[in-house]
Design a protein around this ligand. Structure first.
Ligand code: ARG
Ligand code: ZN
Length: 865
């Protein structure tokens, strides 16, 4: 069942040209392909992949084949005894209207669209559906002219005509590509156009296609696209390579978006925005995803993956690129805090669970299960470490060499590292282990200060825990970015005693053995040691700062990330005490928080993060075993004490920042709104004046950021009747807008106040809910199981049963969504025993529920071990 990296074999045949003809009819679609085959490897056998296809005919060099001429397996069609070159013609019939898995060609509302990554193309026609087969595609689409006036595919439009009520359009993509980058869209869509002039002076037509009611939500994505195109030219020297670039928004979509060559397809929630309907967070997500998909044009499309074990080659690198872009467009510190915090919460949990896998896995049952935070975000952290080790210039030399060497090829992660090595003359053999070893490394730190010698010694020990299938892990090359803070708050300049292990420019210590001791001279006073600044490596750190050192760092660390993290460590400690009934905010804590909130020289977005408590999910992640209800209660108590102790500060902060201003999705405005709304959430927790302010803001807001923030405050702090009243009013105002309704579902289903299993069941019956739409499923069930933790983990196990029922239901219609949704249940080993066995029982019930998709089977079977 499992596919192994070790079994990789290069293809025997290449498809130099692929001609496709789609006839879209009501209820069924016919696909005719003409493939030009050329022998390029060992063997004379051609294996074509196919899934849920009706084979109509197959011809080789003009001769119709019969069932004796090929072997039709469950998911393959094999031809043997072939020669050096052939023309293969295949006709299949498919049923996009019945495709609820949303892979291959499917219907979403009034339009047809495709999702081919990773293995969706095989649901369209028989084809060598593997990324190392790259072909030049020509695509003809024929459809009813009135219903489907817009017919799109990759590359450039070649011809267009209408005959007998049918529209015929031909597209040609001159760049060879694997089938997973193929796309087709048909619909009655409106377009918004723009232009971009590339660095060499070429004009590119930019087009966003949407359903007519969404035309007023396209401006920001176009703006983000143009900024991405410029940024990739400036930072990576990468120019766009077609005369047209298209984006299409689709309502039913399994993931965020897809980088199909010249025709990116987006989940509408990741591309559509206007001030009235989208929050600042949505704007930032759109900017990041538009950039991500655009950047794939080079890191993914021009240079692609040899096989799916190399997925992080394109995803890790591209996430790193989009993160740097967002950092350049906004506050880089805040972006780093967001990314590191997500990694520590979600990726560390994955790495510590039954689905733990290396960034380059060596086996899988269903590749869709490996579009994970490990492949994407830990992969991006590895690329970031390379950047740190090589420096910006060295990294750019490496990426230039990589693109030059491998343009037009399907390559491996090793090829990427090799280019970095060759361009910089460094040996990265030890560094490569990051790609191969799963699990989160733990670094234990001891420091010792010798006042007389003015010397600070740092002892580091690293280990990586065993993970499924992996034991006895080797030491990694860990870049430790360091600072030594004096009483003045300034960094002390130090001299390393082992200069070979120290990069002065980036203040990085190279920690490469199981245990190493480093020392620094010139340390004139005992410093506070600020470790892993900028979150320089994706590791857990064991180092016990004193409470006073943490308060000091919260106020003085020049590294924004560690400044924030010091606050988080303090708050984690408070919550732990609160759980034991021993928490009392002391005056030093209050003073530290006060100095942060009243420091108007700080970026308000940063202040908002400094004052926010760690999430329940992150708190859980820091414990060996956890009780979600205790965590929730402890955290609530700390929230209330902070709110009460600083009530005047929060009120003043809210009033200072709550100034009338026209909505702009600009960094400074977003920063102001984020602090304002954080202040409101504390103020409303501590006083009825704050609740009144939230009600007023809810009613008068002219933008979704403020309206949603106020609604969330009311849902969290107002009495139940008032909360429900606000929710009802919101629904009446927005029920015509599906994306806003999704946010409305999320705010209640993810609420530790309202998100009870009863409430979730009610929402599943609501007119706004639709099992076929992944965004709706995520907004209700995803929000419940990932955010309303005290309800999901209710003692009677009802939350688990509800999730398992949803998984069983979706397993039949949309396996990818079913498999993703089930993640919270896979964490059963970390819960207190009473909950743990209830969770395991639900996993077992899914296992026994009948015919499981590969997607769900893989996750459940690995989790039950
Ligand atoms: N390559 C896309 C992106 O990261 C994601 C495609 C995911 N597809 C899937 N079947 N899981 O931008
Ligand atoms: Zn991607």
């Amino acid at each position: 069942k499992a596919i192994q990296l070790a079994d990789y074999q290069a293809p025997a045949y290449e498809v130099t040209d692929t001609h496709l003809k789609f006839e879209l009819n009501d209820g069924y679609t016919q696909v005719h392909s003409v493939l030009t085959l050329k022998q390029v490897g060992d063997g004379n056998e051609l294996v074509l992949n196919g899934q849920d296809l009706e084979l109509l005919s197959i011809r080789l060099d003009g001769n119709e084949l019969t069932t004796d001429d090929y072997v039709l397996g469950d998911e393959t069609l094999t031809l043997s005894g072939l020669g050096a070159s052939h023309t293969l013609e295949i006709s299949t019939q498919i049923y996009p209207e019945k495709n609820t898995a949303l892979e291959g060609l499917y219907r979403s509302g009034g339009m047809y669209c495709t999702q081919c990554e990773a293995e969706g193309f095989r649901r369209i026609t028989y084809y060598p559906d593997r990324p190392d087969v790259m072909s030049v595609f020509t695509t003809e689409i024929i459809a009813d002219a009135e219903q489907f006036p817009v017919l799109l595919s990759n590359g450039n439009p070649v011809s267009e005509k209408t005959e007998d009520g049918k529209k015929h359009v031909v597209w040609h993509d001159p760049h060879k590509k694997p089938a997973y980058l193929f796309a087709l869209v048909a619909g009655d869509l409106q377009v918004r156009d723009d232009h971009f002039t590339t660095c060499s002076g070429r004009e590119v037509l930019l087009r966003i296609f949407v359903e007519p009611q969404n035309v007023d939500k396209t401006e920001y994505a176009l703006d983000a696209l143009k900024r991405s195109m410029r940024w990739d030219e400036e930072v990576y020297g990468r120019e766009y390579d077609l005369d047209i670039f298209m984006i299409v928004a689709v309502d039913d979509f399994n993931m965020g978006a897809m980088e199909n060559k010249g025709l990116n397809i987006f989940n509408s929630s990741c591309v559509l925005a206007n001030p009235a309907t989208a929050t600042d967070a949505a704007y930032q997500r759109i900017e990041a995803i538009v950039a991500h998909e655009y950047f794939h044009n080079w890191s993914g499309n021009r240079v692609t993956c040899r096989d799916w074990f190399q997925l992080s080659l394109k995803e890790g690198f591209t996430v790193f690129r989009d993160a740097c872009f967002s950092a350049d467009m906004n506050s880089s510190t805040v972006k780093r805090i967001e990314d590191a915090s997500m990694l520590r919460t979600v990726q560390f949990a994955e790495d510590g669970g039954p689905m733990a896998h290396p960034v380059q896995p060596d086996s899988y049952i269903e590749i869709s299960n490996f579009y994970t935070v490990t492949i994407y975000e830990k992969g991006a952290e590895i690329v970031r470490m390379l950047h740190k080790i090589l420096g910006a210039e060295g990294f750019r030399k490496g990426s230039d060499l990589y693109f030059e060497r491998h343009d037009g090829q399907a390559v491996t992660i090793n090829d990427f590292v090799q280019a970095m090595e060759d361009a910089n003359g460094v040996d990265l053999s030890q560094f490569r282990l990051w790609y191969k070893q799963s699990g989160t490394p733990v670094v234990e730190v001891l420091t010792q200060y010798d006042h007389a010698a003015e010397r600070l010694t740092i002892n580091l020990r690293q280990s990586t825990p065993d993970t499924p299938g992996q034991t006895n892990k080797k030491p990694l090359w860990i870049p430790v970015q360091l600072g030594f803070i004096a009483h003045s708050g300034e960094d002390i300049e130090v001299r390393p005693d082992q200069p070979d292990f120290w990069t002065e420019e980036s203040q990085v210590l190279h920690f490469r053995e199981a245990e190493q001791t480093f020392s620094f001279g010139g340390v004139i006073e005992e410093p506070v040691v600020s470790l892993f600044r900028d979150f320089s490596a994706p590791v857990r750190i064991n180092y016990q700062h004193s409470q006073s050192a943490l308060r000091f760092m919260l106020q003085h660390d020049s590294d924004g990330f560690n400044r924030w993290d010091a606050g988080q460590q303090l708050m984690l400690h408070w919550i732990e005490l609160a759980e034991k009934g021993r928490f009392k905010l002391v005056k030093e804590d209050i003073a530290a928080l006060h100095s942060v909130i009243s420091d108007e020289s700080l970026d308000p977005a940063m202040v908002a993060y400094l004052l926010a408590l760690p999430s329940e999910a992150y708190i859980a992640e820091t414990r060996k075993s956890y009780d979600p209800v205790a965590i929730h209660n402890g955290r609530e108590q700390v929230l209330s004490e902070v709110a009460e102790a600083l009530i005047e500060d929060f009120k003043a902060c809210y009033e200072r920042l709550n100034v009338p201003a026209e909505y702009q999705p600009a960094p400074a405005d977003m920063a102001r709104r984020s602090l304002k709304n954080l202040a409101l959430s504390y103020w409303a927790r501590a006083s009825s004046d704050g609740i009144e302010a939230a009600k007023a803001q809810f009613k008068s807001a002219d933008n979704m950021t403020d309206q949603m923030a106020a609604l969330r405050v009311l849902v969290t702090c107002a009495d139940q009747a008032e909360a429900q009243e606000a929710l009802n009013a919101f629904y009446e105002q927005w029920k015509h807008d599906s994306l806003v309704v999704n946010q409305w579902l999320t705010v209640q289903c993810g609420s530790s106040r309202l998100g009870s299993p009863d409430h979730i069941e009610k929402m599943l019956e609501h007119e706004a809910f639709d099992w076929r739409n992944p965004n709706k499923v995520r907004s209700v069930i995803g929000a419940f199981a990932n955010q309303a933790l005290c309800h999901f983990h209710s003692e009677n196990g009802r939350g688990y049963r509800l999730l398992a029922d949803a998984v069983i239901r979706l397993n039949a219609s949309n396996p990818q969504i079913a498999s993703r949704l089930l993640t919270p249940l896979t964490r059963w080993k970390r819960l207190v025993p009473s909950q743990s066995h209830l969770m395991k029982a639900e996993l077992q019930r899914i296992m026994d529920s009948g015919s499981l998709s590969k997607d769900v089977y893989e996750v459940v079977s690995k989790s039950l071990v």
